[in-house]
Design a protein around this ligand. Structure first.
Ligand code: UD1
Length: 417
């Protein structure tokens, strides 16, 4: 199993390019299931989750070719086997995103139930509730969701809570349904908007994406399209935090600050200087960061996917920061690992109180999930001596070439195979 060995202490300096967004790429790839025509995606990040999705789609009969410049051509004209098996779904919960498109175009899907995961229970009841409202017959048997419908029908669906992939699944299903679907209490995440834009290019009639009410007028068929995937706002935020924690000065290209206002605001509060130009964000941190309080919530509030990285920042900041996690019930596993590096963190329920310390000491730590791993890397970049981050397959799911990008910024980091 690969590990990352980091010699801490170097301030990050220089320029790095941000990749396309993982959480936009995965639903966009599933949108290919909605049409017989080819869908061409560009700015596709080279990530393990993207390869897992390619494998999942390929075993359903979708032809996929990814070139080394990040262009992915998907052709679902030969779609035959509408099954998402357990061994793929268990490694990537976003596999559930095939459900809506498969029922809508193929009339049937068998998708393994994702089950729990490290950060919480994460049920899919809202996905199923929405599809049922659209007329799908759904049975859960032997650990699989079996959904069938001749043709889905438009419906008014109120989601009990804000779910990102739930909104995306239902939006894709509704695009081919008969009649109009109204999704209320929809997720407003930028990745939902990116998907809606691609669906529109494919001929779907979608309005309201980015607000909490999305209206989809179903059409008979969708066509192919070409779509450039939006920048990864979480990768962007992670590099900004790494720069801030190490007292560095970094310029990020290929990204966009408008997607991460809540994160930029917290970085300013921590004492960072930020400058935005179209397509770039620059950050400079002079001196030690100040602690920040934060509370995760659905977009446009502070993203849960940035919570762990900010805990690492608070761990070395001046003062005490209070972090409240409201999206996932078990998303503080990085706290214990950060403590192994000398951080002073007390967690109670969904709150963590982080008292900043002047220095962290390198140690071996274990990554438990994707963003937790990123927080351990940030801490390792600051800690004195060597930090070894174990189980970085989590990191490889969502960060493209992270050690190469960090090395380019002057970090002393290497992959140990
Ligand atoms: C997506 C992101 C993930 C991010 C999360 C929250 C992708 C591929 N993943 O995950 O990186 O951390 O949004 O911003 O885009 N829930 C239910 N029932 C449902 C669906 C969700 O109870 O049917 C709950 C979940 O357990 C969780 C909350 O709703 O507590 C939000 O989850 P959701 O937005 O669905 O997360 P994902 O879409 O899985």
């Amino acid at each position: 199993m690969d590990k990352l060995a980091i010699q801490g202490g170097a301030a990050l300096r220089g320029e790095v390019r941000i990749s396309g967004a993982k959480n936009a790429a995965l639903p966009l790839m599933c949108a290919a299931l909605l049409t017989r025509d080819p869908l061409r995606l560009t700015n596709v990040p080279h990530l393990r989750d993207v390869s897992t999705m390619v494998r999942l789609l390929a075993q359903m009969g979708v032809a996929a070719t990814l070139d080394d410049r990040g262009a992915l051509a998907l052709d679902a004209s030969g779609l035959g086997n509408p099954v998402a098996p357990y061994d793929l779904v268990k490694t990537m919960r976003a596999s559930i995103l095939v459900l809506g498109p498969l029922v809508a175009r193929h009339g049937e899907a068998r998708v393994s139930l994702p089950g729990g995961c490290a950060i919480g229970l994460r049920p899919v009841d809202q996905h199923l509730k929405g599809l049922t409202a659209m007329g799908a017959e759904i049975a859960v048997e032997h650990g699989y969701i079996h959904a069938k419908a001749k043709r889905l029908k438009g419906a008014r669906i109120f989601m009990d809570l804000v779910t990102v992939t739930g909104t995306e699944n239902l939006m894709m299903a509704a695009a081919l349904a008969e009649g109009t679907t109204v999704l209320e209490n929809a997720a407003r995440e930028p990745e939902v908007v990116d998907l809606a834009n691609c669906l529109a290019a494919m001929g779907a009639r979608v309005t309201g994406a980015g607000s909490d009410v999305i209206v989809i007028e179903g059409v008979e068929r969708l066509s192919g399209a070409a779509h450039r995937i939006m920048p990864d706002r979480i990768e962007t935020g992670t590099f900004l935090v790494a720069a801030a924690a190490t007292g560095g000065e970094v310029r990020l290209t290929g990204t966009d600050g408008t997607y991460l206002e809540a994160v930029l605001e917290k970085l300013r509060e921590a004492g960072a200087e930020l400058a935005e130009e179209p397509g770039t964000i620059s950050i400079a941190m002079r001196g030690r960061p100040r602690s920040v309080n934060l509370r995760t919530a659905p977009y446009p509030a502070f993203p849960t996917d940035m919570q762990a990285q900010f805990m690492a920042l608070d761990a070395v900041a001046e003062g005490t920061g209070v972090i409240t996690e409201t999206i996932f019930e078990n998303r503080f596993m990085h706290a214990i690992e950060l403590q192994r590096l000398g951080a002073n963190i007390e967690t109670s329920g969904n709150t963590a109180v982080v008292k900043g310390v002047a220095k962290l000491d390198g140690a071996t730590v274990m990554a438990t999930d994707l963003r937790a791993s990123a927080s351990l890397v940030v801490a390792g970049l600051v800690a004195q001596g060597e930090t070894v981050v174990d189980r970085i397959y989590h990191l490889d799911r969502g960060y493209e070439a992270i050690e190469e990008k960090l090395s380019k910024l002057g970090a002393r980091i290497r992959r140990v195979r």
